[in-house]
Design a protein around this ligand. Structure first.
Ligand code: SAH
Length: 506
């Protein structure tokens, strides 16, 4: 089975749900060079990810090589995703790619994506139609088959077209395009713009007129990919622009959350920052490795568990505990007789996902405040503390003297030794405005993998460090790093907020 999937123009959120689901299931992903690394990360089980530019025999024309690779893989029973920039059926040579599949009787599906014109227009704040200004849109390629001398565009018709013109692949032939439009009577005063790197944090928009487009574009040194839009709707940007007006627009922000499921979707810290306009990237400095041993202290198959209280110190601990139960052929009913405590909101939420409501928790709290709450409750009781290998000792030390405490190391935190190529490339793109740190272990692991000049920028206060909590700040200070701000309460929402306040005023 083969799926041709549109990846959208750049922003990783713009792939469709169906596209993301197919990617998560794919064995082989063949992707266009421009597809963002975050979208590629959605592929979970793919054994092979190949950029189509790298396929053997892909030059001078890669279509043959792509068809061959798709046919071979599909015939071997692999699920193939051909991941294409924007929408697959627009300027994507879709039919040519599908033909070998049809010839070989291989089934396929085509999943649309947000095309560059519409992604760019939305992110630049330009309505491609407007009741008063444009009732039609033309999507045009500026770069036709190079063997044709003048292509088959009817420039006279385009010059007269009563609506918005959007040119793809136009940058190399901008002069030809503007001359032809004006030569056929289109006014040089017609509003025109170029939108480069649309929908990405590096998006740039040049607004001018048709007559001045070539000179202005040359001076602006815009980076591809770019589209060109011509028509009166372009002027609406002055009113409707939203992208550049967000509080963290133009800021580069690094977060270092471990790769736990919660951080991959929806409300993750990095998504919050992106919603505020930042160019944000999460680079985990720690890996969470669930415990390999089978068995839980105080639990045997034939007797009910020996715990009066279960205390969960973190969200990965919860996941690891239930994974362990699952492996033992058990489920949450083993908790029936026990009381349950959770440090902080995220941990309590993780428990709730398994149908368990914590009896004792401290929303936004830390280990100290939970330990205090528990002191009376656990007197003389059997307590299982589910924790990380390098977690803080506060809970264990506080509870130990008053109860029968057994600790279970649910997962280990392992420092990353090196960054991968896409993480490194992102760091190399330029200086960082801020780094957000959510634990001392994460901070010291970052100090080991960050390039030295970026560590120096942190030490010098040029890159602002924001911390999740007073405990985290203490550890960061031990690295000699100044702290620009600390979350009012230890939650991702509060951390994002303090960064917004700090950077917006800088
Ligand atoms: N199938 C794609 C288009 C492929 S042609 C789609 O539907 O979008 C490649 C051209 O798309 C580029 O030359 C450029 O004109 C445009 N393009 C793709 N991504 C873009 C982006 N992020 N910003 C601006 N233009 C983009």
């Amino acid at each position: 089975m083969v799926a041709l999937v549109g990846a959208g123009p750049g922003d990783p959120g713009l792939i469709t749900r169906l596209g993301a689901e197919l990617l998560a299931q794919a064995d082989l992903v063949l992707y266009d060079r421009l597809v963002s690394p975050e979208i590629l990360e959605l592929a979970q089980i793919a054994r092979s990810m190949v950029c189509v530019d790298q396929l053997p025999g892909c030059h001078p024309d890669r279509i043959g090589a792509i068809g061959k690779a798709m046919v071979e893989a599909a015939q071997n029973g692999l699920r193939v995703v051909r991941l294409k920039g924007g929408d697959p059926i627009l300027f994507g040579r879709c039919l040519e790619e599908v033909e070998p599949l049809i010839e070989q009787g291989i089934s396929y599906q085509i999943v649309p994506g947000v095309t560059a014109a519409l992604g760019a227009a939305a992110f630049a704040g330009i309505p491609v139609t407007d009741r008063r200004l444009a009732s039609a849109v033309a999507l045009i390629t500026g770069h036709e088959n190079p063997t044709k001398t003048d292509g088959n565009l009817d420039w006279q018709a385009l010059a007269r077209f009563p609506g918005t013109l959007v040119f793809y692949m136009a940058m190399a032939r901008l002069e030809n395009m503007t001359n032809r439009l004006m030569g056929h009577g289109k006014s040089p005063d017609t509003p025109a713009c170029i939108i480069a790197q649309a929908t990405l944090p590096s998006q740039r928009v040049l607004v001018t007129t048709l007559g001045e487009l070539v000179a202005k574009a040359r001076a602006a040194d815009l980076r591809p990919p770019a589209i060109c839009m011509v028509g009166p709707v372009v002027d609406c940007r002055a009113t409707m622009n939203w992208f550049d007006r967000r509080p963290l627009y133009g800021k580069r922000v690094l977060t270092c959350r471990p790769n736990v499921p919660e951080e991959k979707f929806g409300n993750s810290l990095v998504n919050r920052l992106r919603a505020m306009g930042a160019s944000a990237r999460n680079i985990p400095t720690l890996e969470i490795v669930p415990t390999a041993e089978i068995g839980l202290p105080g639990l045997s198959q034939d007797s009910s568990p020996q715990w009066d209280w279960l205390v969960f110190s973190s969200q990965p601990g919860v996941q690891s505990f239930f994974a362990q139960l699952h492996q033992l052929g058990l489920d949450s009913r083993v908790l029936a007789g026990a009381q349950v405590a959770a440090v902080g909101e995220q941990t309590a939420r993780a428990l709730a996902q398994h149908g368990i409501r914590a009896d004792c928790t401290n929303p936004g709290g830390n280990a100290e405040s939970l330990a205090k709450q528990l002191l009376d409750k656990v007197q003389g009781r059997a307590v299982l503390l589910v924790r990380a290998d390098r977690g803080r000792e506060v809970l264990a030390q506080t509870l130990q003297p008053v109860c029968r405490l057994v600790e279970w190391i649910a997962y280990r935190q392992v420092n990353r030794l090196a960054l991968n190529a896409t993480e490194q490339a992102w760091l190399d793109e330029g200086p960082l405005d801020a780094v957000l740190l959510t634990s001392g272990n994460i901070a010291s692991a970052l100090a080991e993998v960050l390039p030295p000049h970026q560590v120096e920028a942190i030490q010098a206060g040029k890159t602002a460090v924001y911390s999740l909590s007073p405990v985290t700040s203490e550890s960061i200070k031990k690295l000699g790093w100044p702290i620009a701000g600390e979350a009012k309460e230890p939650s991702m929402a509060q951390l994002a907020e303090v960064v917004q306040k700090g950077l917006a005023s800088s």
